[in-house]
Design a protein around this ligand. Structure first.
Ligand code: NAD
Ligand code: UFG
Length: 342
């Protein structure tokens, strides 16, 4: 089953790995990206990995004319919608921008899909839709609720997709709720390269190990967890990308998928504390990584770990790469970036 897939945001951190995984699985890929948070050279890197080449359309996912031209020029079988803004802190400062780009982008895209009869969608959702989960590990039927404007856009979009699938009974969607994606492609050419001071733990550790930052700030060691620091379910970005291919192929096979938007967790099902992540990264780097415990970060929850059982049962997918691999690949990409930047 060879499909032509539109990946919006396909030049981004997760999207570039999704594009590479789609090519590796023999699919054709069209990337729509405005490079607001990525670089055009990523497309060359995806294509250097191959096999085959992704086609680039440069533009904003909110632009109906660009979408019409794209769907007119390529016979798209399915869309993987990753484009959007993702910084929780920024979303608190600019809630309307997040509504405009994330919700506005989704609505424009879904309208264009319906205009062109494209009825298969995989959406990038997030574990942030679970807010402060009541039970661990988190299953897809857990109560939803989020603590920030970014999360509210994810919840809103999941709801819009639910409604579209009710109104158009031949529409089929999966909302993938990612836990904490980290790591990089084995080639060392694709990875996460945040601009400015990283918000997330792994990029911050990597930059500290590289000497760009002085020390890692551990946000609180008084949580009710085994060592007092926050526990998360880190997942290798290549495993995550392969989860998208599995979701796509499930939708294309078409058994009992129409008329619904099914939420599916993508995580490992294994919790790692901040101190454990630091220790694993230290082993990958081979030198000490300075850190200092500071106050809790407002809005953080003690523990978020996925139950990934549904993904395995429905998609036949499970994460294969462990924490040591996540650290080694993340570090290899960081080192390469440092060499490139001189
Ligand atoms: P990213 O910023 O690296 O990638 C997003 C891509 O979308 C970028 O290439 C950017 O240029 C592009 N983009 C943004 N707005 C656009 C627009 N209006 N039109 C066209 N392109 C646009 O982020 P990422 O980490 O790869 O995240 C991808 C998706 O996964 C996002 O929807 C994000 O919310 C979701 N997600 C990410 C995480 C995470 O921890 N990284 C966790 C859960 C969910
Ligand atoms: N942490 C530190 N120091 C740092 C950064 C983070 O100690 O410099 C801690 C946090 O307190 C937390 C853990 O490391 O305990 C992970 O924090 P991240 O910021 O890496 O990840 P979060 O789980 O807070 O959030 C991420 C994404 C969100 C997404 C969420 C759920 O940033 O967008 O995962 O998928 F919603």
């Amino acid at each position: 089953m060879r499909a032509t897939v539109l990946a919006t945001g396909g030049a981004g951190y997760i999207g570039s790995h999704v594009a590479a995984a789609l090519l590796a699985a023999g699919h054709q890929v069209v990337i729509l990206d405005d490079f607001s948070n990525s670089r055009p050279e990523v497309i060359d890197r995806i294509n250097a990995i191959g096999p085959g080449r992704a086609v680039l359309v440069r533009g904003d996912v909110r632009d109906g004319a660009i979408l019409d031209a794209l769907f007119g020029a390529h016979r798209i079988d399915a869309v993987i919608h990753l484009a959007g803004l993702k910084a929780v802190g920024e979303s608190v400062e600019k809630p309307l921008l997040y509504q405009k780009v994330n919700v506005g982008g989704a609505v424009a895209l879904f309208e264009a899909m319906l205009r062109h009869g494209v009825m298969r969608l995989v959406f990038s959702s997030s574990a942030t839709v679970y807010g402060m989960p009541e039970r661990m590990p988190v299953t897809e039927d857990a109560r939803l609720g989020t603590t920030n404007p970014y999360g509210r856009t994810k919840l809103a979009i999941e709801g819009i997709i639910d409604d579209v699938a009710v109104a158009h009974r031949d529409f089929a969607a999966i909302s993938l709720r990612y836990f904490n994606p980290v790591g990089a492609h084995a080639s060392g050419t694709l990875g996460e390269d945040p601009r400015g001071v990283p918000n997330n733990l792994f990029p911050y550790i990597a930059q500290t190990a590289a000497g760009v930052r002085e020390r890692v700030r551990v946000f609180g060691d008084d949580y009710p967890t085994r060592d007092g620091t926050g526990i998360r379910d880190y997942i290798h970005v290549v495993d995550l990308a392969e989860g998208h291919v599995a979701a796509l192929e499930h939708l294309l096979r078409g058994d009992d998928v129409e008329g619904r938007n099914r939420p599916i967790n993508l995580g490992c099902g294994k919790g790692t504390s901040v101190l454990e992540a630091l220790a694993a990264f230290r082993r990958a780097v081979g030198t000490d990584i300075p850190f200092q415990v500071v106050a809790r970060r407002p809005g953080d929850v003690p523990e978020v770990v996925a139950d990934p059982g549904l993904a395995e049962q429905l998609l036949g997918w499970r994460a294969k790469r462990g924490l040591a691999q996540m650290c080694a690949d993340h570090w290899a990409f960081q080192r390469r970036r440092m060499r490139e930047l001189g």
